[in-house]
Ligand binder design. Structure first.
Ligand SMILES: [Zn+2]
Length: 57
């Protein structure tokens, strides 16, 4: 399963955002709901767009 990573906009560390079963479905869904909030492992909450995700699969 692909895992998407994000870079924290506050402290810059890379953290795992989510596992997704289907990248195409994720992109379609994310375009309609593109402003998602994620928290890094240090607890900083930021908004992220689809372009911010790093696909390491
Ligand atoms: Zn952070």
């Amino acid at each position: 399963m692909p895992m998407l990573m994000l870079k924290c906009k506050t402290c810059g560390i890379i953290f795992s955002a989510m596992y997704i079963p289907d990248m195409i479905e994720f992109r379609e869904k994310s375009h309609s709901d593109s402003n998602l909030i994620h928290s890094c492992t240090r607890g900083h909450s930021n908004h992220y767009l689809i372009e911010n995700y790093i696909d390491l699969s």
